[in-house]
Design a protein. Structure first.
Length: 156
């Protein structure tokens, strides 16, 4: 392979041959993006109805289709809420005693924009500190049809 393009021989006539460059291919694809966000020292929302509205709005901002919302209020404090999406889920978990909110945004599909949901959550909760991790879930190796080589991370 030269300059990111594999070469193959293509017969022009019975006696001559020429090298043909193929278009580059994507090395890998993935099923979805999972954002894990830690919000510290921001607004804490304990009202289940407000939380439901926030989760649905976050899903819509990310161009997701909300299917169902579930929540559980803990005693004496804290709440967990999840919105099931046609494209996966968004979940929120609060720990008021340490002024912390943990958020999971897992979406799949080419039309979804999980970072839009994250920006909406930042606007609502106004955290003083935010830590975000992005994980590409379901990373699939692809094989080139001519060389049958696998994803570089698989080769040892």
């Amino acid at each position: 392979m030269v300059s990111g393009y594999p070469k193959i021989m293509q017969k022009k006539t019975k006696r001559s041959a020429r090298w043909v460059k193929l278009k580059p291919i994507k090395v890998s694809k993935y099923a979805g993006v999972h954002l894990l966000a830690d919000f510290w020292s921001g607004r804490i929302i304990e009202d289940p109805k407000k939380l439901e509205k926030i989760l649905i709005e976050a899903a819509k901002k990310a161009k997701n289709i909300p299917l169902e919302v579930a929540w559980h209020k803990f005693s004496p404090q804290g709440i967990t809420g999840v919105v099931l999406l046609a494209e996966s889920h968004i979940a929120l978990h609060s720990w008021p005693e340490i002024n912390y909110v943990g958020i999971d945004i897992f979406t799949c599909g080419e039309e979804t924009i999980p970072y839009k949901a994250l920006e909406y959550f930042k606007k609502v909760f106004k955290p003083k500190r935010v830590e975000v991790k992005e994980i590409k879930r379901g990373l699939l190796p692809t094989r080139h049809p001519l060389t049958q080589s696998t994803h570089p991370k698989e080769e040892k």
